[in-house]
Unconditional design. Sequence first.
Length: 348
Amino acid sequence: MDVFGKLGTYDFGEVHFKLDKATQLRAVVAIHDSRLGPALGGCRFIEYDTDDDAYIDALRLARGMTYKAALAGLSHGGGKSVIIKPKRHFDRVALFRAFGKFIEDLRGHYITAEDSGTGLEDMEIIRTMTKHVTGIDPSHGGSGDPSPFTALGVRRGIEACVKFKLGKDSLQGIHVAVQGVGHVGYYLCKELHAAGAKLTVADVDKLKSERAKREFGAAMTDINDVAKVDCDVFAPCALGAGMNDTTIPHLKAPIVAGAANNQLLETRHGDDLHARGILYAPDYAINAGGLVNVAQEVKGYDAKLAREKTLKIYDTIWDICERSKKLQAPTYKVADIMVEEKLAAIRV
């Protein structure tokens, strides 16, 4: 593992590792940048083939959180944690208590939240060990599951893209293909259905697709074919790297706008989308609703303010689209420039 080489590649920063043999905890906390404030980002709990994969995932995700927080106007830096899910039987409560102690030892430099593989129950366990956790139960001053807010922000971003690219003022009759209908994908389908959109869904878990079909009248397709659907918007809401050499040539949608993090396998894939005339909503710009929501917990949760800030994602996406058109530059580059200007203006 080229630890410092990778830190340089992703412009870090610092990384903290934790091994607790008693609970099988193997965790990485990546803190990309804290110039705007304490690093805030979720905890991912999934299986990884290698330790290198977990490390790189943490770095990529943390960097994305810096950009997400900055573009959303939050007083937070970017961080992310990953816990390598044990392959043998383990005690989930004990493991997340050990992780909570790990977070407490960082003394507020990093604040955790939910992500893939973790939920409200896990945050409540972490809360018994540290106050540096968000996404906790409303009865304890939290906001609960951030997924609905992430979905709300993505819906607003899709509305901006549809207006900009297709000239339509509503999502009535707009066909959206949603890849991944787990937590966020499900709530996004709910938002889109309420707005009158037509849905095609796919998930590795067919039961989740069937739920969307039953509740929202969605058509179903195979997870390997969803990027090929002839539709208005392709919404990646599964794990990252979905925009790559395999999927991009088959895209029929004029818009790519979804909730997944790190949608571009490589930055050049953003150039590929631009070259094909496909409008790409930069992931960290459009999926910031969940982060905006949990960030309100740090100083006392205000649901109304969280919603107001999340709705502004429409304006952020519109601004990126306009600048992209004016500069004739890919949207991901425009979004990066907007963030880097903000960070460069901070005196340290």
